[in-house]
Ligand binder design. Sequence first.
Ligand code: CAA
Ligand code: NAI
Length: 247
Amino acid sequence: MGMLEQKVVVVTGGAQGIGLSAVERFAEEGAIVSFWDFNSDKGAESESLLKAKGHDVRFQQVNVTDMDSVKAAVKALVEETGKIDVLVNNAGITRDASLLKMTEEQWQQVLDVNLGGVFHCTQAVVPVMVEQNSGCIINTSSVVGLYGNFGQTNYVATKSGVIGMTKVWARELGRKGIRVNAVAPGFIATEMVDTVPEKVIEKMVAQTPLARLGKPEDIANAYIFLSSDLSSFISGTVLSVDGGLVI
Ligand code: CAA
Ligand code: NAI
């Protein structure tokens, strides 16, 4: 018996990386998982792989920056399952540049996905959770949202921003039976860190007490914990999953 048997879970940015690992972990715990991503090729490929393993997953192409696209996905899922128990706002992008080199476009793209996307998905899903008088929302922040990072003015603004949104929503939605938490991953081995210069990665690992990069499953397991009854009195918190990088 899984910890999330028959729970309906939405994972954004689920086509690859941390999101994909989370989709699989939720399915292993017995959840019915809908994963949203704008990369339809990767999404369809991941859906086939997970279905072949016998998991109850479905991929929906969604661009989280587009409210109409998000609303259509919520409608389709509720028509199919009648509820949404968990929303994991995991989709995110980087467009790194030092302050003086950052373009307006790089600034705006990151804000649109990492803040706008979280706002859209949460605003579209919460009415369903309010109706149920229950639900869990998890926002993916980052270690850099807590301590900053060279070359990430835009990204850090968003990752600090989602911590603020988490606290607001925990206050607003607690009385509706909805818990809202954030996870702050350290550096995790996914495509996102492939662009980071080797020197920077080595420095990060050297500063990490557990002396390694994180794995996608490390974050997926934190999502599972914050979605399950094991965390039933936890709301408004930021769970660092970073090998001790920020102490
Ligand atoms: N710390 C200190 N100095 C740094 C530095 C750092 N992390 N990165 C670059 N510098 C220095 C360079 O050594 C260079 O110094 P000199 O001028 O003395 O030679 C100077 O800054 C270069 O500045 P530029 O503006 O010319 O930088 P650039 O155009 O070469 O590139 C950068 C800057 C885009 C930030 C590049 O260094 C980079 O990509 N850094 C990695 C950023 C990073 O860590 N991103 C994390 C992505 S993963 C992620 O975001 C997931 C998550 O949540 C953790
Ligand atoms: P990734 O780049 O491997 O995957 C991100 C996924 O989000 C991709 O499948 C992408 O297509 C999707 N996506 C991007 N924009 C979208 C949009 N507009 N609509 C729908 N989907 C969209 O990244 P990774 O590493 O798996 O990151 C997942 C989350 O974890 C992100 O929020 C990231 O900021 C955060 N994070 C990652 C860390 C890392 O070191 N990898 C560290 C800290 C936080």
